[in-house]
Ligand binder design. Structure first.
Ligand code: ADP
Ligand code: MG
Ligand code: ZN
Length: 209
């Protein structure tokens, strides 16, 4: 029976789930992966190893939902991990994809051409409100973008920004509780809350690794 007769498309699909921290990206990714499994599709899930919150072998949401996932150090490792299961896997999820290197962009296109449904979740902007790693390019190349908002922790309006809080000036501090807040356009400012704007020297975002 062909893929089409089974009700599956012949070509794949790239779906990007994006927005600020706490907007429900991981929840939505987990929801889609679970539904794919209910539909008896073979699912594989990955995350970069910069995100070591909660689990090495799962992705997790702030609302404590989880889905098993393999941690990969780079896109090259992701490709290697995927290769032996590429025959069976139909749906591929990637969380925290903003931390992956640019090689994820051609790999995503390749996987879609192989007929895979690729679900990519990641931050669209850094805490400096700049486009984050490969996510903007993946959005441009996708079949569908779901841009989620969080709730502004100052005023309750829909939040599109991730506000960095506290004393750390390192650009990438992953997932530490109390270090980030969702903020609306009005309540957000692109420097660390607690510092003056002149005190923060922004470093370039590294997407390696
Ligand atoms: P993301 O992956 O986008 O960071 P998660 O899926 O991990 O988001 O978490 C979303 C959940 O976070 C929400 O369902 C809610 O329970 C919780 N949450 C905590 N703070 C906020 C906030 N400011 N706005 C919206 N949801 C929040
Ligand atoms: Mg998440
Ligand atoms: Zn606000």
């Amino acid at each position: 029976m062909s893929a089409q007769q089974q009700g599956r498309p012949e070509v794949g699909r790239l779906e990007v789930i994006t927005g600020p921290m706490f907007s429900g990206k991981s929840e939505e990714l987990i929801r889609r992966l679970k539904r794919a499994r209910i539909a008896r599709q073979r699912v594989a899930c990955f995350k970069p190893d910069i995100d070591l919150r909660y689990h090495r072998s799962a992705i997790a949401s702030h609302s404590s939902q989880t889905h098993e996932a393999e941690t990969v150090a780079s896109v090259e490792r992701l490709r290697e991990a995927l290769a032996p299961q590429l025959g069976e896997v139909e749906v591929i999820g990637i969380d925290e994809a903003q931390f992956l290197d640019e090689a994820i962009i051609p790999l995503a296109v390749e996987l879609v051409h192989l007929g895979k449904r690729l679900l990519v979740a990641g931050l669209d902007t850094t805490f400096a409100a700049e486009p984050f790693g490969p996510i903007p390019a993946l959005m441009a190349l996708s079949d569908e973008v779901t841009k989620l908002s969080a709730v502004c922790m100052v005023c309750g309006a829909p939040a599109i920004h991730t506000q960095r809080l506290g004393q750390s000036q390192e650009l990438v501090v992953v997932g530490a509780a109390g270090l980030y807040e969702a903020r609306c356009r009005r309540c957000f400012h692109p420097w660390v809350d607690g510092f003056g704007s002149e005190q923060l020297e922004l470093l370039p975002v590294t997407t390696e690794g």
